[in-house]
Design a protein around this ligand. Structure first.
Ligand code: PAN
Ligand code: ZN
Length: 190
């Protein structure tokens, strides 16, 4: 393992930016338009191409022994009745876990294991969540403020997006009659 010095990353609690920025990834509607169920609603917003979320990845070697950590800012909004969400992924090394610590907002972590079993955790400021090995995870902002959380996971875990891109997730989190509802994904391909 290469020699690596201790380092701090500073979260600005006014605008939820991170310094140094590291590898900042922004995902707009066009980056994940196919993941939303209501394609009519997607069409209406696609030119505007809203920013759905951004995440700051602290630059750490992708090696066993290190810990990756990043700050995600998931904005409030909906595409049709589906709340803004992250793409969601398994870790490439599937038996690697992750811890999320939430600083602001209100959300859900939608998890699905390799047997297609779903688990959902509620998150808001001060909640520390454990995502066990073998669970794909997607975060959903069900509130009116940005949902801001930090994730910490093994250095060599990696990200596997292809399975969720192809299959989607079995459950959707939507707003119906001003309520947060969990519904079966009618287009889920298991
Ligand atoms: C998180 C996610 C981050 C963005 O840091 O990578 O919230 O979500 P997607 O990666 O699904 O676009 C994490 O779980 N890292 O492993
Ligand atoms: Zn992860």
């Amino acid at each position: 393992m290469e020699i690596f010095k201790p380092q701090n990353s500073i979260i600005n609690f006014d605008d939820f930016s991170l310094t140094p920025k590291g590898d900042l990834i922004k995902r707009r509607l066009k980056d994940m338009s196919f993941m939303y169920q209501n394609q009519e609603a997607v069409k209406k917003l696609i030119d505007e191409n809203p920013l759905i979320y951004e995440f700051y990845n602290v630059e750490i070697p992708e090696e066993k022994g290190h810990l990756q950590h990043c700050l995600t800012v998931l904005y409030p909004g909906k595409i049709g009745k589906e709340y803004y969400m992250t793409k969601g992924h398994f870790h490439s090394i599937k038996n690697t876990a992750e811890v999320y610590i939430t600083f602001s907002g209100e959300g859900r972590i939608l998890m699905q294991n390799t047997d297609d079993e779903t688990e959902i955790l509620k998150i808001n400021k001060g909640v520390m969540s454990y995502i066990p090995p073998y669970y794909a995870h997607r975060t959903i902002n069900v509130g009116k403020e940005p949902l801001v959380f930090c994730g910490v996971y093994p250095g060599d875990a990696g990200h596997e997006y292809g399975i969720i891109e192809k299959k989607g997730m079995a459950e959707l989190i939507v707003e119906e009659n001003d309520e947060i509802k969990i519904i079966d994904n009618p287009e889920y391909k298991n």
